[in-house]
Each structure stands twice: as C-alpha cells, then as structure tokens.
Design a protein around this ligand. Sequence first.
Ligand code: NAP
Length: 321
Amino acid sequence: MKILLTRPLHDFALMELRKRYDVEVHKGKVPMPKRLLLSRIADKDGLICYPYDRIDAEIMAAAKKLRAISTFSVGYDHIDTRAAAGRGIVVSYTPEVLTGATADLTMTLILDILRRASEGDRLIRSGRWKTILGPYEFLGSDLSGKTLGILGMGRIGTAVASRARAFGMKISYHSRSRLPASREKILGARYVTLDRLFRESDVISIHAPHTPETNEMVDMKILRKMKRSAYLVNTARGKIINERDLVVALRTGVIAGAALDVFQMEPTGPANPLTRLTNILITPHIGSATSETRRAMAEMAVRNLVLSLSGKKPVYQVRAG
Ligand code: NAP
C-alpha cells in the first residue's frame, strides 16, 4: 500500500510506517501546494495530513484509491468529512493526547494577559523601563474571584476549567450540549446562555470547534456585550473570531485585551493589524506544541492510519458531518 505525508513526521513514526507501506513524504513548501497534492494523492491508499492542508472534495475525487485520512490534530475543519464518508474514506484524528498541553497554554495566556508579563518583558527589552514602578503603575488583575467564561465545554474546555478553579476563578460556560449535573458539580461550573456568558465574564476562553455555526461567531455584536474590563482568549481556531471586529474592539476599548494562539490566516505577521496593538498577546499556534504531546500525537496518527488501512476501526474516528 502507498501512503502520503504532507510533511515530515517524527523519525520513529516514519520508521513504523516504512515497515508496512511505501511511504512518500512531502518535504517542500508548507502547506503542500494543491496542484502537487492532487497529483501525488492519485495512487495513494492512505494520507497523514495537518490542520493547514485543505482536504476537500476535489482532492478526494482525485484520490481514487484513498481509504484512510489520518490528521495530526484534534480539529478537522480542514477536511470535507461528508465527501470522505460518501467515498467510504475513514477519517481519524488525535483528541485526548493534546488536551493537557492546550489547556496549559490557555492558562499561560490567561495568566500572562492578566498580569501583563509579556508586556513587561517588552517594556524592558525596548529600553522603556526608566523609573521604578510606583504603586499605581503597570497593574494587572487577580485571577482569584474573577469569572472565566468557557465557550465550548468539551475536553479542552473542561481541562481549562479545572486548572482555572485552582487559581480561584469562578467558572461559567456555554456549550452546544449541557454537561450532566454531576459533572458540573465536580467542575464547579455554571451553565449560562451565550448572551450571559459574554455579558458576565471577566475572561472569555474559546474552546469550541470551527464549524459553519461557529464561523466568525465572535463579532462586534457579541464583543459589545462584554465588559470593558474583560479579556478574550482563543486557543481553538482563528476563524471563530471576526478579526477585523476584534481589532476595532481592542483599539477603541470595547474590551480590555485579548490573547490569541490562532488566527484567520496562518502564519500571520506584522501586516496583520492585530500585531500592532499593545493590549494583545499572540503566540504562533503552539497549543499542542510540547515534545511529549507532539510525540503522542505522532503515535496516535500512525496507529489510526494503520488500523484504518487494515480494515479495523481507528482509535479515534471522526463522525461524518
Ligand atoms: P471537543 O471535546 O469536541 O470540545 C468542543 C466543545 O465545543 C464540545 O463540548 C462541543 O459540544 C462544543 N461546541 C460545538 N459546537 C458549538 C457551538 N456552536 N457553540 C458552543 N459550543 C459548541 O474538542 P476539544 O478536544 O476540546 O478541542 C476543541 C478545539 O480546540 C478543536 O476543535 C481545535 O480546533 C482546537 N485546538 C487547538 C489547538 C491549538 O494548537 N491551538 C490544540 C488543540 C485543539 P458537543 O459536546 O455537543 O459536541
């Protein structure tokens, strides 16, 4: 059987794959240019891809032999899962193994934006720390006693809730489905409407997937519901936020600040007006980027593909939607 990887993976994972398959690894431009992907996928039985590869119906139509797609991510908004189901292609992904790392990064962003740590780092490095700070200068906010509003209370949302509770935060959440009462009790989390979540929270943290329903759901209309002192944190997907509206909201004081790990277009850089604002903290999509987690994701991506190509159920299969 022949398989394609749209970029190199850990050596141990490639060795595992080479024991079983004829493996082609794209080593060039990332993401793999569509025309190249269309030509290379034609004779492949399996594919390992990444969140920035668009695996649409056209790619699947060109992939006459394709039986399995294994994505190195928990998000699968880059794959046309309906087209895959229509062609009998099994789609698998890597949830669970990256939950802790992504929740940790979310807490890093919440702590940093509330305590202005990176802003302080920039102050010193740019030579602007000229006098010893007085009692009213460079003040941040305590986490303790503040309300964290979680949008999307799934695996990562609940992991963030447990961590934030340890910092003394109160937890509200809004999600597509409400948690069982026993789970809410353990997490100390209160279910509220979307409207209340945005009106009452001191920090909103997004953990919903990117879907047609969540696409740009955080726009000016919803940002205006937030307290002027509130912060927005996004470690889910950039397309959930209307970035143009967020720039205006941050510039005009509609909200106090934001911390983002994900963007509408990635990679992003100085051309993005977000990068010119001071009340924002930005990281380059590193939610799952720890050695341990990326290794576990590689193991899972390989296991999923091997199981799918041997006609068995992968460990984590995406339901067609
Ligand atoms: P998950 O367990 O599926 O949790 C997502 C939650 O969002 C579920 O509870 C889901 O409800 C809820 N939801 C779905 N649609 C919604 C809507 N329209 N409004 C409100 N809630 C909605 O997924 P996860 O493992 O926590 O991952 C969440 C997302 O994080 C992924 O989709 C991925 O895009 C992102 N992520 C980013 C990074 C990074 O590097 N920054 C790393 C990992 C993950 P149901 O329970 O009804 O399905």
